[in-house]
Ligand binder design. Structure first.
Ligand SMILES: [Zn+2]
Length: 384
């Protein structure tokens, strides 16, 4: 033991038993491994954080909207069909309306809606011939011609209840009431002013329009337009006249209207608001982007259709076109849902020997779908 202090460690090391040295080397190696692992984890973490932040900053609004919303029933409603739902098995291009609506109070109410699919039929047999067909869910498209054109006398003049492009515009009373509500909501929300550009069209009017409009992907031939029902409404923002309703309507030619429509792409805040809000008043955006192979009509951010609640809610929530909604009802039979203070039961029925089943204990309406089926909508008011 003649080693000096400065060689104590090596001396100690050298004097250690072989086994002890091995043990110490093993521990050092392990510590080194741990340090390396920790460094790798730290680097990975930083990379993940940085790439997430970068993605958030660079992701366009509509994609972010899609990322932020879950597909559960409770999610805020997306009206633009940015991601076609799994129920259709389709993955369509994202949409000009792709981002979520900022959830208003009513959206929040809808978020609490509890949906239960059910095909349990109602309890009371009724003769179809004794029931009134409201026609509000009638399907009119390239494959489904209108069978009973409602008379002009059953329509209401839109002016002066709402701003219009021309004083002779008429709408189905239910559609007009919905538009009045929608425009009032727009005023309240400070979203701007809108006007009705078109409503009910008879056979002759649709025939003239069909001849005049060059772009046939935005117009149906006479007999195949849902404008014949008075339930379809063309709505455009009034960008230059904030006084809106007080403005005297000016008549515009179909060409003028058509070029005005072509200027719309669904991206303005007004159009986005419309698309997001419509369902709350029983209206749907009838021809969303990415659904032309289903509807037969290209994206029309101006064309809305009255279907009534809860159907508009369901279609908006599940991102379905009217075609897909009716198909789903046929397949699933129906559903029960409470929206706000109203509880609804919706059933699809194909009459047998002219008989359908309706509820014996609740108010209800019935509408044919123009494909041999009927949708019965029953409702009950919950509390006060
Ligand atoms: Zn239209």
């Amino acid at each position: 033991m003649n080693r000096t202090a400065n060689t104590i460690s090596s001396g100690t090391w050298e004097t250690m038993s072989k086994a002890r040295r091995k043990e110490i080397r093993r521990r050092r190696a392990r510590a080194q491994q741990l340090r390396t692992l920790r460094r790798i984890f730290a680097v990975c973490f930083v990379v993940v954080v940085l790439s997430t932040v970068t993605a958030m900053l660079w992701t366009p609004d509509r994609v972010r909207g899609r990322l932020n919303s879950s597909t559960s029933e409770g999610s805020a409603i997306r009206v633009g069909f940015s991601s076609r739902s799994a129920t259709t098995g389709d993955s369509k291009a994202s949409n000009a309306f792709g981002s979520d609506s900022s959830p208003s109070n009513d959206s929040a109410k809808a978020a609490k809606a509890t949906l239960k699919h059910s095909s349990k039929r109602f309890d009371k047999a009724a003769q179809l011939s004794d029931l009134q067909d409201t026609g509000t869910l009638v399907l009119i498209n390239g494959d489904h011609k209108i069978t009973d054109m409602p008379p002009r006398t059953s329509m209401d003049k839109a002016w002066p209840s709402v701003p219009v492009a021309s004083q002779d515009i008429e709408l189905h009373p239910k559609a007009l009431a919905a538009v009045v509500e929608l425009f009032a909501a727009a005023r309240k929300a400070g979203t701007g002013t809108f006007q009705v550009n078109s409503g009910f069209r008879d056979h002759a009017k649709q025939a003239a329009l069909y001849k005049q409009i060059a772009n046939k992907s935005t117009v149906q031939p006479p007999g195949n337009s849902e404008h014949h029902t008075g339930l379809a409404i063309d709505i455009v923002p009034i960008l230059s006249t904030p006084q809106g309703a007080t403005k005297a309507p000016q008549s515009s030619t179909p060409q003028q209207q058509s070029s005005l429509h072509e200027a719309l792409d669904g991206s303005s805040p007004e159009e986005r608001w419309l698309a997001a809000e419509a369902w709350q008043h029983g209206l749907i955006l009838r021809y969303p982007l990415g659904a032309q192979d289903i509807t037969g009509i290209s994206f029309e951010p101006w064309h809305f259709r009255y279907v009534g609640k809860p159907h508009a809610w369901y279609m908006a929530q599940h991102e379905l076109t009217l075609e897909e909604y009716l198909q789903q009802m046929r397949k699933r039979g129906g559903y029960d849902v409470t929206i706000g203070k109203r509880s609804y039961s919706v059933r699809y029925a194909v009459p047998k020997n002219g008989v359908v089943y309706v509820p014996s204990d609740r108010r209800h309406t019935l509408s044919g779908d123009n494909s041999g089926g009927y949708i019965i909508t029953a409702w009950k008011q919950m509390g006060k």
